[in-house]
Design a protein around this ligand. Structure first.
Ligand code: ADP
Ligand code: MG
Length: 330
């Protein structure tokens, strides 16, 4: 067996089985957006993400300033998905010896911009020689135990909501890679290169006890919904034509996909929040969306586990969910 056969998520499931846990204060180990460790009334939140040159980014697409911003943003998004408060981070870098010094200084300028905006402090890291650029951040945050939102809290009858619009980042990436489109639409490219973590929204959903489960959309709506369903032992339906699409997305999508919803369902890196909430919370969600000026759309509902996971197409037809989205080894 090679890794392609087992896939990224299959491999993580194996690792979860191999290792187990011993400290009773580990509230959440492998299996959520961040690890959660109990610290008295508070909880310590810990998450890590890696960016590798020519896998996650190419130097010809992204400038070092935006790369620095993005490296921190993708970690902030995981803390947002818990409803947590980000606080400190460590960064480990693998760098080629021929890399211009200015690349590193601009990269840190980008990091500092996000660090100031979200009030997080760099507290350490590691530096090594490498063939390609490798960036690993470990972000530490905190939260009140009762306010945190896990992937496993979805209940039958809950509604499924998503913030913002979906598919823009994936379409932005396709356009960046397309040499035949010299004039690139800035909005879509920015969604890919400069994701905006939904920290305030995540905290409000937790603090106001609005949501029951939450994840950030990093691998695509289908895969990330599936993560909630698997951890909560429930099923779901998503109405395809309710998936929120931006107007630049609608304008630019046709040369890249016959079916616009396919990119919106399976494209990754939106870094929007996907959450479930009881139908009783509908009015609070509307008013939160208004006060934060962030669109929040009801895209589906939670079903009993035996109903599985499916989409409802435009004609009302039932489409079983197929495993698309992003898996690193497939
Ligand atoms: P996210 O997309 O939110 O960053 P991932 O899909 O990367 O989440 O990871 C899912 C879970 O698996 C997380 O709890 C993460 O900490 C854990 N995980 C990922 N890779 C490994 C690994 N190599 N060893 C142990 N745990 C891992
Ligand atoms: Mg996540």
């Amino acid at each position: 067996m090679i890794l392609r056969d087992i896939g990224e998520f299959g491999l993580i499931a194996k690792i979860r089985n191999w290792m187990g846990k011993s400290h009773p204060d580990v509230v959440q180990g492998i299996g959520d957006d961040v690890a959660v460790v109990e610290m008295g009334k508070k909880a310590l939140l810990i998450t890590t993400d890696i960016l590798i040159e020519d896998i996650h980014f190419e130097r010809s697409w992204i400038d070092p300033y935006r790369l620095g911003k993005k490296a921190l943003a993708v970690n902030l998004s995981d803390i947002a998905a818990m409803g947590g408060i980000p606080k400190y981070f460590l960064i480990s870098l693998g760098l080629p010896k021929t890399l211009p010094f200015s690349f590193v200084s601009l990269f840190y300028r980008g990091l500092k911009e996000r660090a100031r905006r979200f009030q997080v402090d760099l507290i350490g890291g590691d530096t090594s020689l490498s063939q390609k650029i490798i960036i690993n951040i470990c972000l530490i945050g905190e939260g009140k135990k009762g306010n945190l939102l896990f992937r496993n809290g979805a209940r039958v009858g809950d509604d499924l909501y998503v913030s913002g619009t979906l598919g823009d980042a994936a379409l932005g990436l396709k356009i960046l890679q397309d040499k035949s489109t010299p004039k690139k639409p800035k909005g879509l490219i920015d969604k890919h290169l400069s994701p905006n973590p939904r920290i305030e929204l995540g905290q409000a959903l937790g603090r106001k006890k609005i949501a029951s489960a939450m994840i950030d959309v990093s691998d695509g709506l289908l895969i990330d919904t599936r993560h909630i369903l698997e951890e909560s032992n429930v099923g779901a339906r998503i109405w395809e034509d309710r998936i929120p699409l931006s107007s630049p997305f609608r304008k630019w999508v046709s040369p890249y996909s016959k079916d616009p919803y396919r990119i919106a369902l399976s494209g990754g890196e939106d870094y929007e929040l996907l959450f479930t909430a009881s139908p009783k919370r509908k009015a609070s969600i509307l008013s939160l969306a208004r006060s934060l000026n962030i669109p929040i759309t009801r895209v589906g509902e939670i079903l009993p586990e035996k109903e599985g996971f499916h989409l409802i197409g435009k004609e009302g037809e039932k489409i079983p969910s197929y495993r698309l989205g992003f898996d690193h080894f497939k």
